[in-house]
Design a protein. Structure first.
Length: 249
C-alpha cells in the first residue's frame, strides 16, 4: 500500500469519531457471492483514494480496495456513489460535484455492513478545483495533482506542512524564517510537524513564498483566503482543525 503523508503519527488534538450513515444500495447479481468471499477472510482492505481527474464539474476518482469488493462513497446528504473493485483491487468512480462542494466518506460494503476507509474526501469544482482527503490529526492528501506545497493542517497548537517533490531533489523549507528538515518518502511526498500558534505564518518552499492565513473558525466552513482554500471543521468535542490548500497559479 502506498504510504502517504497522512500516515504520520497523529499529533493534532484528539480525533473525532465520524457518524455512521444508514445506507442502502442496489446490488449487482454477483454481489452476494463477492460478499461471501470477502466475509470469509480475516481482514478486509478498506478503500483509499489515490488520484482524481477533473472534467469541468465532473471528476473521476481512482483508488484501491479489497479485490472484487464493493466500494461506496457516502455523502453527508445520504447520497451514495458505488463501484465494484477489480480483481487487483483498483476501482474508479465518476460523479458530478455540486457548486457548493461535496464531502464523501469512503467505505467498503459487505452485505449491509460498512468498513470505513481512511479520512474524509472533500471535492470542489470551479475556477480552482480541489480534491483532497482530510484526516483528523494528520496531514491532508491532495488527489488531483501533486503540488510543491500541498497542505497546511493545524489545530492551533501543532502544524503539519506537507507537499510533494521529485525524489531526486529535497526542497528547502522555511517556516517563519526557520529552516525545517524535509525527508521524502519513496513517492516524493513529505510532511513536517512543528509547534505553531493560531496566527498566520510565512512559508517559503524553494523560491516560492506562501502566506498561510492561520487557524479558521468553524462557522467559516470553506473559504478562499490567501490564494488557497481553507477548510475548518470540528474534530472532537472542543477541537478544531484547519486545512489550507494553496492554489497553483
Amino acid at each position: 500500500m502506498k504510504m502517504k503523508p497522512c500516515q504520520v503519527a497523529k499529533t493534532l488534538t484528539c480525533a473525532a469519531v465520524l457518524s455512521v450513515f444508514a445506507l442502502s444500495a442496489c446490488k449487482p447479481a454477483d454481489q452476494t457471492a463477492i460478499d461471501q468471499v470477502i466475509a470469509s477472510t480475516e481482514w478486509v482492505r478498506p478503500p483509499s483514494l489515490d488520484n482524481a481527474i477533473w472534467n469541468g464539474n465532473e471528476i473521476r476518482l481512482a483508488g484501491a480496495a479489497e479485490p472484487n469488493g464493493r466500494v461506496v462513497l457516502a455523502g453527508m446528504n445520504g447520497r451514495v456513489y458505488a463501484a465494484n473493485a477489480k480483481p487487483d483491487g483498483s476501482f474508479e468512480i465518476e460523479l458530478n460535484v455540486p457548486d457548493q462542494g461535496l464531502y464523501l466518506k469512503p467505505r467498503s460494503q459487505i452485505g449491509q455492513e460498512f468498513i470505513d476507509g481512511h479520512g474524509l474526501v472533500f471535492l470542489k469544482a470551479g475556477e480552482h478545483p480541489v480534491a483532497v482527503t482530510l484526516t483528523d490529526g494528520e496531514a491532508s492528501y491532495r488527489l488531483a495533482h501533486n503540488s510543491a506545497l500541498e497542505a497546511v493542517d493545524s489545530d492551533g497548537a501543532m502544524m503539519i506542512v506537507s507537499g510533494h517533490a521529485p525524489t531526486t531533489s529535497v526542497p528547502r523549507l522555511l517556516v517563519d524564517s526557520r529552516v525545517m528538515p524535509v525527508e521524502l518518502d519513496s513517492s516524493g511526498h513529505w510532511a513536517v510537524i512543528l509547534p505553531a500558534g493560531k496566527g498566520p505564518s510565512v512559508i517559503k518552499l524553494g523560491e516560492r513564498t506562501y502566506h498561510y492565513p492561520g487557524l479558521g473558525a468553524v462557522e467559516s466552513g470553506i473559504e478562499f483566503v490567501s490564494d488557497g482554500w481553507r477548510i475548518t471543521r470540528k474534530i472532537g468535542d472542543n477541537a478544531v482543525q484547519s486545512t489550507w490548500l494553496p492554489v497553483d497559479r
